[in-house]
Design a protein around this ligand. Sequence first.
Ligand SMILES: [Zn+2]
Length: 124
Amino acid sequence: MALRGAGVRSRLARRHPGQQTHDLRLLFVEALGQVSLAGWTVRVAVNDAPYADGSGGYWGWTDWNTSTILVSQLHIHQVFAHELFHVQLGPPSASHGESQWCSELSPWEIQQGQEDERAYLRCR
Ligand SMILES: [Zn+2]
């Protein structure tokens, strides 16, 4: 689950969505380690916010019940790594309680020009 935030201009925005997710996954694995998507479906939606709940709309969503990652086509670059991190950490990560969100993912995302999630993740 990645909250909607200020848009970050994507270096990959003009590329095919499948190529973007492929390239981002390679970058992710190189920096943060292997993430198995065996049995998972990655769905790219044209909607700006393809998932919504009581607290608002989301650019990306990881659904453990259906083993599906859902990402907005317009925001793949900002949120796909966040969803991959959920898969890597497992279902307990739904509440972002693990310290690695702030110590590993967030600094790497900022370095990559992706979303700055420190406020959303309540990093100190
Ligand atoms: Zn999340």
